[in-house]
Design a protein around this ligand. Structure first.
Ligand SMILES: [Zn+2]
Ligand SMILES: [Zn+2]
Length: 105
């Protein structure tokens, strides 16, 4: 799996792609003396890097948690976010291969 995503976010923060906090640790490493975690988001499948040192001004950035959604047709949670617009997200179900959308409340 080739991933060119280069975002670095603070450890403990959500996925920069979809806002999901459910990420799986791929590997832990040090980057110029700074501990980093390479994680893969279970929600959108993208990989990104977390660093112990939070980037500047993150404390003022509002953060929301996106719930993991299940496919309304087959109930599968093997879904990925294909697009987002404000509170609306479009998903693609891996099980039944059908698209659906969700609205953040
Ligand atoms: Zn994600
Ligand atoms: Zn489905």
């Amino acid at each position: 799996m080739v991933c060119k995503t280069a975002e670095t976010v603070a450890i403990g923060t959500a996925c920069p792609n979809c806002g999901c906090e459910d990420a799986e640790l791929v590997r832990r490493s040090g980057w110029w003396g700074q501990p980093t975690e390479r994680v893969a988001c279970r929600h959108c499948g993208r990989e990104f890097t977390r660093a112990a040192e939070p980037p500047a001004e993150t404390e003022d950035t509002p953060c929301t948690v996106f719930p993991r959604v299940a496919c309304p047709r087959c109930g599968s949670k093997q879904t990925r976010v294909t697009s987002t617009r404000a509170a609306l997200r479009w998903h693609s179900c891996e099980s039944c291969q059908r698209p659906f959308k969700s609205l953040e409340r």
